[in-house]
Structures are given as C-alpha cells and as structure tokens.
Design a protein around this ligand. Structure first.
Ligand SMILES: [Zn+2]
Length: 196
C-alpha cells in the first residue's frame, strides 16, 4: 500500500508495462484478500465476503469484471491527470456508473437531530469495499491535489502514488525497490565511466 489513497492502491494491483495488463489479484477471492489487507473491510466482513464468493460465484465473477473495468478506467483517468491531459469521456462514464452504484447503498438519516450520511451495512461486502475505493478516487479527483499525482519512474514499474513529501520531489513508488534499483544503476554507470 504505497499509493497514499485506496483508489491508487487498487490501480496498482495490476501491472501494465506489457501489452496486456497483468492482474495480480486474479479474481474476486484475490480482491477479498487484498481489500482486507488494505483495511477496507474488517471484523466479520472477510467471512461475509468469502461466503458471498462461494455462495454466488456468478455474482462474484460479474462483480470482479466490473471492478477490473473500473480499475483500468481509473488508471487511465489518473495517468492522464498526472500528465496534465484530458481524461477520455468513456472512462469518466465508467466512473460515473460507479458513482450511481456506490450511492445506492447510502441514505441521509436524522440521528439525535443531526443529519448524517449512513451507508447500509447490509450491502454485499464486495460492493461496500468497492464503494470505499470509488469514494477515494472521487475525493482525489476533486481534491485539487492532482499536481502531486505521480507515476513511478522505475523500469517496468507504473505504480501510481500521491507525493506527500514536503518538497514534492518523490520519484519512486518505494525507495527500497525502484529507488534502490536506480541508485545501483547510477553507481554502475559511474563505475563504468571511471574505468573507461
Ligand atoms: Zn516503482
């Protein structure tokens, strides 16, 4: 979880440097596991999720197909935003379809005289996890912080993250992986130059 935002972390669950995106979650069961690690579900949710997937494999497969389509649409919208380009209308349409889907489970309620938004807990756990991911995407897009949206500069790494550093100069998804690889490469280059 390096994205600094649940939607970015979800986007990073697929690699896209080949011809076709490689899905590291590989289905609803993998999504369930990831969503729990990501802190989107807790307590009995994990059990509920497993039961949903086992009880209705067709629903789980359909859900995962939709979730993967959102993931790719978010990736394209975020990368366009990071590059200062316009997002494609069809990708925004996919996001807007999820906006409706995410809102379906939420209501305005009056509790002790105060109005609150309450999102029902009886929605399927899969949908609840996706609602949180969608809301993180929406929050990011509307936040005005898109100038801090980055794609990792590492070879074969297109992970996206929010650069929350003070000076705004973070280049790598992680210093331990891509940042370190870069340092090693620079070191080798210098050594080669010195030997020549
Ligand atoms: Zn990286």
């Amino acid at each position: 979880m390096i994205g600094g935002n649940a939607a970015l972390d979800f986007v990073n669950t697929a690699s896209r440097w080949g011809d076709e995106p490689v899905d590291r979650l590989d289905g609803a069961a993998g999504f369930a596991e990831w969503a729990t690690i990501a802190g989107l579900l807790y307590g009995d949710d994990q059990k509920m999720l497993e039961a949903e997937i086992e009880g209705d494999p067709k629903f789980a497969a359909r859900f995962y197909r939709d979730a993967s389509a959102l993931r790719e649409a978010m990736y394209r919208v975020f990368s366009a935003a990071a590059a200062g380009e316009r997002a494609k209308p069809e990708d925004l349409e996919t996001l807007n379809e999820w906006k409706v889907r995410a809102a379906k489970h939420c209501r305005i309620k009056q509790m002790d005289g105060v109005f609150r938004r309450r999102c029902t807990e009886d929605a399927p756990a899969l949908e609840r996890a996706m609602r949180l991911i969608f809301e993180a995407a929406e929050e990011l897009l509307l936040s005005g912080r898109l100038d801090r949206l980055r794609t990792c500069g590492g070879d074969h790494c297109e992970w996206m993250f929010l650069d929350l550093s003070k000076n705004g100069k973070r280049r790598w998804c992680s210093m331990a992986t891509c940042g370190n690889e870069h340092k090693v490469r620079q070191f080798r280059k210098r050594k080669k130059k010195a030997a020549a």
